[in-house]
Design a protein around this ligand. Structure first.
Ligand SMILES: NC(=O)C1=CN([C@@H]2O[C@H](COP(=O)(O)OP(=O)(O)OC[C@H]3O[C@@H](n4cnc5c(N)ncnc54)[C@H](O)[C@@H]3O)[C@@H](O)[C@H]2O)C=CC1
Ligand SMILES: O=C(O)[C@@H](O)C(=O)[C@H](O)[C@@H](O)CO
Length: 318
């Protein structure tokens, strides 16, 4: 089935970015939400996304109007999905909301339209549990912002057909994404499990008083994250071993690493009050940043996109 038109269900942080990305690649996009006020914000986000892309010469200023014109905004589900071939859902991260949205979508969407959930880590088998056509459901988990970051983790439910997985993978590749197809369902997929493992250790170190949240961020940003923007941890360790390679490295450090592992976080829930503490600390550290690297949420987002675009150009992804 040729994908000619896309629906984005949910127009928040992720839905508005997906809509930007699909429109950027020339697709007409139906952007749906439950209230006009959310769609208004989404339109402002899309305009800002395109402004940053033009500022960084990825598109021209003249193209902005044409790309914006590819996105239609609606609070009517039938209008959103009746003639689309691909649906990217980006509503709230809970099964109940996703089930309600699917019931509404399946009243009007073509039976063979691919349904991809942006879920951060829920199981497609569960998301598609009450669907009339579970065979067409995949997970299409992006990294924020999806109009810039290439990764899409594709997961399949028990009833998802291989043809739908392949069609979803081909479509994401055609719009410049870097799809990774999981062999088995796993909560949190690959990237979010890794990201949460890292942040659990950040939380452990800060709550123990080893470092500030800001310094933990610096340690990640100017250390491993720089290398992870180039290659995976295994390749990094391989190089760390010199001519001995990854095995040689770990034959040397394993005793030390095992002591760290014994001491590292192994808890299963974030401490009570941690997120309130985080918000206070992050607000302080953002405000303390030099203006040119973003000292408000809005200017930090612009700085993030400027830097991501520069990185993606180095990767020949833009
Ligand atoms: N924020 C992030 O960094 C990332 C989020 N995701 C996932 O993407 C999905 C959306 O997340 P965000 O965009 O951050 O959330 P958000 O809160 O910014 O946007 C959610 C949108 O869904 C809409 N919505 C709520 N109930 C709805 C319903 N019944 N029908 C239609 N629309 C409804 C809301 O009005 C809102 O506009 C979640 O599953 C999340 O886990 C995935 C990757 C990254
Ligand atoms: O970090 C991202 O962009 C995504 O992996 C996410 O899903 C969200 O950040 C959130 O789930 C926290 O991990």
């Amino acid at each position: 089935m040729e994908i000619k038109k896309v629906a984005c269900i949910g127009s928040g942080v992720i839905g508005s970015s997906w809509a930007t990305g699909f429109a950027l690649k020339g697709y007409p996009v139906m952007l749906y939400d439950i209230d006009e006020k959310f769609l208004k914000t989404a339109k402002e986000r899309i305009a800002a996304n395109l402004k940053y892309l033009a500022k960084n010469k990825v598109i021209t200023e003249e193209q902005i109007k044409e790309i914006m014109g590819r996105v239609s905004y609606t609070t009517d589900m039938e209008t959103a999905v009746r003639d689309v071939q691909f649906i990217q859902e980006s509503v709230l991260e809970n099964y109940d909301t996703k089930h309600k949205v699917i019931a509404e979508v399946e009243k009007y969407a073509p039976a063979d339209a691919i349904y991809a959930s942006s879920t951060s880590g829920l199981l497609i088998t569960e998301i598609a549990k009450y669907a009339k056509h579970p065979e067409r459901f995949i997970g299409g988990h992006p990294y924020n912002p999806p109009h810039l970051i290439p990764l899409v983790e594709i997961t399949k439910g028990e009833k998802t057909t291989d043809a739908v997985v392949e069609a979803g993978k081909a479509f994401y590749k055609s719009v410049g994404k870097e799809p990774v197809v999981l062999n088995k369902e796993a909560l949190g997929f690959i990237s979010n499990r890794i990201q949460q493992a890292v942040f659990r250790e950040v939380t452990e170190l800060v709550t123990r008083g080893v470092c500030s949240l800001e310094d933990a961020g610096k340690a990640v940003t100017f250390g491993p994250a720089l290398r992870w923007a180039i290659m995976g941890p295994a390749e990094i360790f391989q190089l760390g071993g010199g001519e001995k390679g990854i095995d040689g490295l770990f034959k040397m450090v394993e005793g030390s690493v095992n002591m760290w592992l014994d001491d590292m976080a192994d808890w299963k829930r974030y401490p009570a009050g941690w997120w309130d503490y985080c918000r206070k600390e992050v607000d302080k550290s953002i405000a303390a940043r030099p203006k040119e690297i973003g000292n408000t949420d809005a200017s930090l987002a612009e700085y993030r996109d400027d830097m991501l675009i520069a990185l993606l150009k180095l990767h020949n992804k833009l």
